[in-house]
Design a protein around this ligand. Structure first.
Ligand code: NAD
Length: 247
């Protein structure tokens, strides 16, 4: 099993790619904490996995929540060795692409939420002797996008560079940190325009593989980065996008 002995917190694991990652991690021998604001859905994911999974309520914008989730993970599973900062919201549902409120909300969840995960996760992983952090960015953290609030691009670009910063600053603690950049995937719960069939169909024309990705295709990249198979990879990024930004 590729993650035997690992203990992971996955934020936003009640749905989508986070839930897929939790299932694959557990299959590969990890103990997983499904951390999300959606309690009913998060508990259902944990229950479907069984004894090696726990649900914890986490709002990633809340510092006290992060402290509590990290502490309870160490209490129940003995340590923390993998952190997947996956929770996020889309920028494609805003009517006003220059809404200041939307800027603060999207940056708060997608960028500050990851910062807080790092702030509380890193000391626990260091105390365990090291581990791996995987942050979910997007191809929208590398290139611009039509029809979305620029806070999404800005927040995902922040995630990309926070990952490299952690890689540089915490290699000495045995911590690796990398970012994963999905392209066109099943729409997020919070997607607006980018979930419309006509918009998605048009976007397929600019993907060399001419299809959207599947959640397990992202989860498998996260699995590789969480496992010791990627032991010399840090500060790096994996694009899971069917070649979308290779053009
Ligand atoms: P999703 O909407 O299916 O799931 C996101 C999860 O995050 C949900 O379970 C939600 O409850 C949780 N969440 C939202 N706000 C939260 C908060 N404040 N605290 C804790 N949890 C919170 O999204 P997804 O498609 O699985 O996306 C996962 C990650 O991948 C996100 O960071 C997203 O930005 C990124 N991404 C998605 C796509 C895509 O097309 N789906 C593409 C590129 C990158």
């Amino acid at each position: 099993m590729r993650l035997a002995g690992k203990v992971a917190i996955i934020s936003g694991a009640a749905n989508g790619m986070g839930a897929a990652t939790a299932r694959i991690f557990a299959r590969e021998g990890a103990k997983v904490v499904i951390a999300d604001v959606m309690e009913h859905e998060g508990r259902a994911v944990a229950d479907s996995i069984g004894a090696n999974a726990r649900f914890e309520r986490l709002d990633v914008t809340n510092e006290e929540n992060w402290a509590a989730v990290v502490a309870s993970t160490v209490r129940h599973f003995g340590k923390l060795t993998v952190l997947v900062n996956n929770a996020g919201v889309s920028g494609s549902a805003e009517q006003d692409l220059y809404s200041t409120d939307a800027w603060h909300r999207i940056m708060g969840i997608n960028a500050t939420g990851v910062f807080l995960g790092l702030k509380y996760g890193i000391p626990a992983i260091a105390a365990a002797g090291g581990g791996s952090i995987i942050n979910l960015s997007s191809i929208a953290g590398i290139i611009g996008s039509e029809g979305i609030h620029m806070a999404y691009n800005a927040s995902k670009a922040a995630v990309r560079l926070m990952s490299k910063s952690v890689a540089v600053q915490h290699a000495k603690d045995g911590i690796r940190c990398n970012s994963v950049h999905p392209g066109i995937m099943p729409a997020m719960r919070t997607s607006g325009r980018t979930a419309e069939p006509a918009v998605r169909a048009a976007r397929m024309n600019v993907i060399p593989m001419r299809r959207p990705g599947e959640v397990d295709e992202v989860a498998n990249a996260i699995l590789f980065l969480a496992s010791d198979e990627s032991s010399y990879i840090t500060g790096s990024e994996i694009h899971v996008d069917g070649g979308a930004i290779a053009i």
